[in-house]
Write a protein that binds this ligand. Sequence first.
Ligand SMILES: Nc1ncnc2c1ncn2[C@@H]1O[C@H](COP(=O)(O)OP(=O)(O)OP(=O)(O)O)[C@@H](O)[C@H]1O
Ligand SMILES: [Mg+2]
Length: 249
Amino acid sequence: MRPNTALNACFVTGTDTEVGKTRISAALLHWLARNGFLSAAFKPVAAGTSLIDGQWVNEDVRALREASALTLSDAEVGPFQFEAACAPHIAASLQRRTIDRNAILRSAHALAARADVLVVEGVGGFCVPLGDDWDSADLACDLKLPVVLVVGLRLGCINHALLTAEAVRARGLSLAGWVGNSVSPGMAWLDKNVTTLRQRFQKQHIPCWGCVPWLAEPTPAAVAAHLDQAALRAFFSSVSPSLVSSLKT
Ligand SMILES: Nc1ncnc2c1ncn2[C@@H]1O[C@H](COP(=O)(O)OP(=O)(O)OP(=O)(O)O)[C@@H](O)[C@H]1O
Ligand SMILES: [Mg+2]
């Protein structure tokens, strides 16, 4: 099944794994909820489970579930969770499973129908394989979603950010915004890196949704406090126009 309707959703990707996609997605869910949106999270593919509150579950799935305004189960947020913390197609094959592309689309549309806005977290970077002939970028294309790029601020991030932006464009998707996220304290020349990213993305008319410093406790509320309110308002009021009036100014 390939439903053709536009989804009230965005797809959060990153310059790499461990760059802050979950922290930023949780902050977006929190910001949406605080502004009156019924937000819901979707982490269709997740590799690596841990025992949390007596349940084997992926940590991202649990964190995103907790940040959602809509009450969801772990299985609804994360329909394809695998035990091994490795590349998802390998994690799936270790369990002799495959990732069902159509099932993900059906789940995404079912969740989006229950929410005002769905925040979808990708897996790893933008082009992570999910099967023999498809990858995470194909998933964003299937869902026809605007992409939010989380740039993990560390050495090499400018190149990774620009390459990812090219890959998003090459797939015919729109890059709705980017977020700079400090993934280690005390990065050398952090400000100069951010300035370069701002300049490059400004030329491509891609707004910055905020720059998040390294936080001792990166809770959804603490991270959301560093996001650009005007940029979020502009984007999410177009995703869920019926709720524009509920957005705080
Ligand atoms: N701004 C920040 N301040 C402090 N710690 C952060 C910040 N952003 C991310 N982290 C920490 O860095 C780690 C990676 O972040 P996160 O899990 O959000 O990355 P990810 O891109 O979602 O990773 P994955 O590819 O595994 O899904 C986590 O331990 C998270 O708490
Ligand atoms: Mg994550």
